[in-house]
Design a protein around this ligand. Sequence first.
Ligand code: ADP
Length: 493
Amino acid sequence: MAPASKTLKIDGKDISIPTGLFINNEFVEAKEKAVFGIENPATGEIVIEVQEGRADDVDIAVKAARKTFKSKEFKEMNPAGRAALLHKLADLMEQHKDELCAIEMLDTGKTHKQASNLDVPGSIGTLKYYAGWADKILGQASFNVPGTFSYTRREAVGVCGQIIPWNFPLLMFTWKIAPAFACGNTVVIKAAEATPLSALYMCQLIKDAGFPAGAINLINGYGKNAGAAIASHMGIDKVAFTGSTVTGRAILKAAASSNLKKVTLELGGKSPNIVFPDADLKKATCHTGTRIYVHEDIYDDFIKTYTERLQKVKVGDNFDKEVDQGPQNSKMQYDKILSYIKSGQDEGATLHLGGKIDEIAQKGGKGYFIQPTIFTDVKPDMKIMREEIFGPVVAISKFKSEEEVIDFANDTSYGLAAGIHTKDYERAIRVTSALEAGTVWVNMYNFVHWSMPFGGYKESGIGRECGDSALENYTEIKTVYFNMGLRAPDALD
Ligand code: ADP
């Protein structure tokens, strides 16, 4: 029996959300009929229960994805047809963008501004961008090997397992499925257990857009179970993961000890943001990240401007249009952030602002609200300077020279991104070259675009998503040699 969908009233709108697993274009019950509850982080209340897939369900989805991948219709599908489907899905998202925005807000705790400025348009843009690539994926032709004509083909890898996190559920869903499908692969994807709702809604749109059955399959469930089953499945040819470095290691191990499936990983970060003395302080305090190095000449001014900015941040229910910062995504995340705040205090950093549960926002003790928090005088070996917190907690430190701050910035096992603020473009070019990070922002921070590669140096990952880099993740290169009848078959010259 197909499980029901549930209608939720979100932000005054009735929105119907399917609750099943999505296999072969149908919403189905999990084999073991298990379900799990999804919380509204602003209240801590369970708002919906969805089917919980486990290893058996992953297996069924992989078989469906394989059958579709091997089918004549799918193999011979005109790439322009795949482009048309991605465009159709993007159009349906446009038509339902208010619903997608509301679902994402309910599921993650994001504000309307965050979801409507970034998550929804970023996801639609990603689909359109990869629609554009679908019929432009080319190989090379060569006459350089004497006596032969040789060429390369870029072929789909096969069945792709994809595992995504809770912080950008909709965006990560599209970052994963769009390049995979554009290149002619089929997909078994798992959303994070805390935030599966936008992926479920997307599957309804995928079906409505007319994607072939079995092309995109969604198995929601827990990481240790459904996620681990994807990483170790012998029938999956490639796994793409976004999440923590700890889980990334587990996935790499599972891939190595199963079928050596191809792996791309987009992992954690602790991205430095460097503010030089000639920076525009207003801009520099706008989007800051959580590890900030400020030159000693402007340190006091920076802290003053930044503190004034954060004191104005209104924390509360993310559906309230006046609110700038909603709840943290889950109890687990909330507890983790509070424990980092405690560790900052225990290790001797100065708690300059915030640092507490936001009881005003909580209205009667409900929801996962934390005050915007600034630590100053943070030393390089403190946990809040080294580990990814994923919350409104900023660690600030002082520096004297360019050489010194480059060392500070690179003194991390991560290498996801970095930012610098300066008006001196010679310095900007020197410092961006010296930073060990996959993305560097100059006079801006925390910006990504689907058309440019994104991924990490060092323990922040393997491979790049977005841009044409993602096409490499989802294609195999085949080299074909034709003997033109002019060469001895065994001669190498
Ligand atoms: P975060 O710390 O950002 O929540 P996780 O790495 O725990 O990141 O989770 C990201 C995704 O990885 C989620 O979809 C989660 O269910 C999944 N996951 C967690 N553990 C495993 C695992 N052992 N194998 C595969 N996937 C996992």
